[in-house]
Design a protein around this ligand. Structure first.
Ligand SMILES: Nc1ncnc2c1ncn2[C@@H]1O[C@H](COP(=O)(O)OP(=O)(O)OP(=O)(O)O)[C@@H](O)[C@H]1O
Length: 259
């Protein structure tokens, strides 16, 4: 079995003045090239888990590893280059005073990627094109774009350093229903084309079923079910997974055909 690129071992995270831990002994394994969905209702601990995997928060106990190495032994610059993130709301994650080209080029500058300004500008144009925008859109500002386009800008910024892993926390839930599908299709296409490993947090099993080969179902800070998405969706073992499934109006037909 291939070594996980990112993993968490017995992750527990307690917050002050909270009687229950937000995460309680969670094991997670992200294998290269295998997209993983983390689902569960509000408060299940999904975002807390993602923040630990991203290294922006520390577990109360347990350990996160990147390519087999405990996170505190991995060079931060190397980690940031390889593991990037897209958040839920592009309105708050994009600096309104920066041009799109500066926003997308920021990780290249801070991680010192690219020989010079011209090389970085070329990379910015490349990733803008990859997300369906035009290189000249780099001269514009975030407010000039729709919500879906702003999320494309955030995705372009995450892709700029050519990461191996993309973490996404509810990447379409702040968007109008009409553009959600387009952004989901874009993510799916990027995962295939760039060989990205996607870790997707969502409360929506239907979205996870479209993007992820594996799924981990969380409740009250614990993992209640995990496995290949097709198995979990068609033969859920856990009662709670069944209630989540009941909320999906119609399962994608390709999954049903695999039964
Ligand atoms: N900084 C914090 N301080 C105190 N409690 C926190 C903090 N962050 C998260 N929690 C608590 O930890 C639990 C898990 O929260 P988390 O945001 O990880 O859940 P989630 O599954 O991502 O939910 P949502 O879908 O609503 O984002 C919740 O009870 C939340 O109130």
């Amino acid at each position: 079995m291939t070594e996980p690129i990112l993993s968490g071992h017995q992750l527990t995270r307690r917050f002050p003045r909270r009687s229950h831990p937000a995460l309680d002994g969670v094991d997670i394994s992200v294998r290269p090239g295998v997209s993983l969905g983390i689902v569960g209702e509000s408060g299940a601990g999904k975002s807390t888990l993602l923040r630990l995997l991203l290294g922006v928060d520390r577990p109360s106990s347990g350990e996160v590893r990147f390519a087999g190495q405990p996170l505190d032994r991995v060079r931060p610059r190397e980690f940031r280059r390889q593991v990037q993130v897209v958040f839920q709301d592009p309105r708050s994650s994009l600096n309104p005073r920066m041009s799109v080209a500066s926003i997308v080029g920021e990780p290249l500058r801070s991680l010192r990627i690219g020989a010079d300004r011209a090389a970085r500008a070329e990379r910015v144009a490349e990733v803008l094109t990859a997300v369906g925008l035009r290189p000249q859109d780099g001269r514009r500002y975030p407010h000039e774009f729709s919500g879906g386009q702003r999320q494309r800008i955030a995705i372009a910024r995450a892709l700029a350093p050519a990461p191996r892993v993309l973490l996404a926390d509810e990447p379409v839930s702040a968007l109008d229903v009409s553009v959600r599908l387009q952004v989901i299709d874009l993510l799916s296409d990027l995962v295939d084309r760039l060989g990205l490993t996607l870790v997707l947090v969502s409360h929506d099993l239907a979205i996870v079923s479209q993007l992820c080969q594996e799924v981990l179902v969380m409740r009250h800070g614990r993992v209640v079910e995990r496995g290949p998405t097709a198995d979990v969706l068609t033969r859920p073992v856990d009662e709670y997974t069944r209630t989540l499934l009941a909320a999906i109006p119609q399962l994608p037909t390709d999954l049903l055909e695999e039964q």
